[in-house]
Design a protein around this ligand. Structure first.
Ligand code: ZN
Length: 139
């Protein structure tokens, strides 16, 4: 069994910007040469998250609306009162969605469903350059 780690960089616009990172993960897995195992993609950031969804405009709008409804950015946040950086809602959204996603790799391919893309969501309130870690464990 081998463990290999690849770093991927993405540029985001912030404010719940949703990027399809499926091809980045596929390329990272190919780079490792591991053909059977699991791939984990992780965001080392407190205001972003990774999950999966069908990457089409309807789903993306619905997901953004859900976050506006359940974690309203216009509310008061203790984090903002303490730090004054205005991204209290970004931290809470990131905590709810989670920073990583794992997918089985079989015969060199991610076992994603046809309409299942891996997305990186940047909840911060400004454009960011983000580093993602793809770690693959297997043979
Ligand atoms: Zn903050």
């Amino acid at each position: 069994m081998t463990v290999k780690t690849v770093t991927v960089h993405v540029e985001t616009r912030g404010n719940t910007d949703i990027l399809d990172i499926t091809n980045d993960v596929i390329e990272a897995v190919l780079q490792t040469g591991i053909s059977n195992g699991i791939a984990n993609v992780f965001s080392p950031s407190a205001t972003s998250a990774i999950t999966t969804i069908e990457y089409e405009n309807g789903c993306l709008k619905d997901l953004k609306r859900l976050f506006d409804e359940i974690i309203d950015p216009t509310r008061e946040y203790a984090h903002n009162a303490r730090w004054g950086d205005g991204n209290g809602h970004s931290h809470v959204r990131a905590a709810l969605l989670g920073p990583s996603f794992t997918v089985p790799v079989v015969d060199g391919r991610l076992t994603l469903g046809t309409w299942q893309q891996i997305i990186f969501v940047d909840f911060d309130i400004r454009p960011r350059r983000r580093k993602l870690i793809v770690q693959v464990i297997g043979d």
